[in-house]
Design a protein around this ligand. Structure first.
Ligand code: GDP
Length: 338
């Protein structure tokens, strides 16, 4: 409606059928739709999500994080190929928090995971990143649901372990894996204690060549460090494993550990309760997202915002007074019927 260029869109039925028929092109197009910033796409995307929702939820959702250079893409490629050899279908979504702000990218270019991307059992897709008012993770969540409805058994969500996106990713996955390196102190790896605490497993990568010994030592040290954390309420003790993504060693063991986790969480009911909590969070995230969006796109708010910001900055009025002014502009208008 009224856009200078019109992107080609399909009907809700076409998207839904395509996704359910495991049509990758249609899945990609649906993801583009979900990630779209165009207002006119929101309703269509919402309708598609609602329709595919009953077909989603059956996959195992794995979050993988680690600093740049830890070997995430090499690992995911090896891990993905292994899962594919076990007749699993895998979708990999990568979140790169840097790309929106800087135009550059921590995760590098599209050549990452080329081999896996060409595997008929795999689907690799960089996820929309950036600072769209809480949009990142709601989009990632919706993208994940589209992949699930398209029959992917395992969804891997990759994020760089330096920012705050981990907390949000933890909030949408079943299992959270932290990839680390031997020989680099925690500080060097930029991994915050909080991220270690969130991990269901830590994997020391690059355990090959003359790095094997150091990796085993790091494994011990990390395992010891994990013991210092308070126990998880589910009764799961995070393990530390080693692997070589390049040599494809230790990969099977990681998968077995994840299966053990899944089994145990399902038996104890934590698998379900975790997802229920995440669902609730999704509701609140959606509310917050729309409220903020509405607020900041309100005409009156928009026209007064920078002036009031300036007033606060120069200490002419207290922050709280400015905030209240803006909020009452927004809410009064709402009461009058927009
Ligand atoms: P990412 O930034 O975390 O995605 O890391 P990459 O997967 O791009 O890997 C960073 C570098 O480490 C690359 O040069 C890889 O070839 C190398 N690398 C990754 N995994 C291994 C491994 O298991 N052993 C060794 N020796 N090098 C690895």
């Amino acid at each position: 409606m009224g856009f200078t260029f019109k992107k080609q869109r399909h009907t809700v039925d076409e998207y839904v059928q395509g996704i359910l028929n495991k049509d990758r092109v249609m899945l990609s197009k649906a993801i583009t739709l979900v990630e779209s910033q165009l207002h006119s796409d929101n309703d269509l995307a919402g309708a598609v999500i609602e329709r595919i929702l009953p077909y989603s939820g059956k996959s195992l959702r794995i979050g993988i994080t680690g600093v740049p250079g830890a070997g995430k893409s090499t690992f995911i490629e090896a891990f993905g190929k292994y899962l594919s050899s076990q007749n699993k279908r895998i979708a990999v979504l990568t979140i790169d928090p840097s790309s929106q702000k800087t135009g550059g990218s921590i995760l590098g270019d599209k050549t990452r995971m080329e081999e896996l991307a060409n595997d008929p059992n795999a689907f690799v897709r960089p996820s929309a990143s950036g600072a769209t008012l809480g949009g990142v993770h709601s989009k990632t969540r919706e993208t994940m649901l589209l992949c699930e409805a398209s029959g992917y058994d395992i969804i891997i969500i990759e994020t760089v372990g330096v920012g705050q996106s981990e907390t949000s990713v933890k909030g949408i996955v079943d299992f959270f894996l932290l990839l680390m390196l031997a020989g680099a102190g925690d500080e060097l790896q930029g991994i915050k204690r909080g991220i270690m605490e969130m991990a269901d497993a830590i994997v020391v990568n690059k355990a090959d060549g003359d790095n094997i010994k150091r990796s085993k030592l790091a494994q011990k040290e990390l395992q010891h460090a994990l013991h210092m954390f308070p126990p998880n309420e589910s009764g799961w003790y995070p393990s530390v494993l080693t692997c070589s993504a390049i040599n494809h060693t230790g990969i099977k063991e990681i998968w077995e550990l994840i299966c053990e986790f899944e089994g145990m969480m399902k038996v104890k009911g934590f698998f379900k309760s975790n997802r229920q909590e995440q669902n609730l969070q999704w509701m609140h995230d959606t509310i917050n997202y729309h409220l903020r969006n509405d607020f900041y796109s309100n005409q009156e708010v928009k026209s007064s915002l920078s002036f009031l910001e300036q007033q606060v900055e120069t200490e002419k009025i207290p922050a709280i007074v400015a905030a209240k002014k803006l909020l009452s502009m927004f809410f009064n208008k709402r009461q009058l019927g927009e």
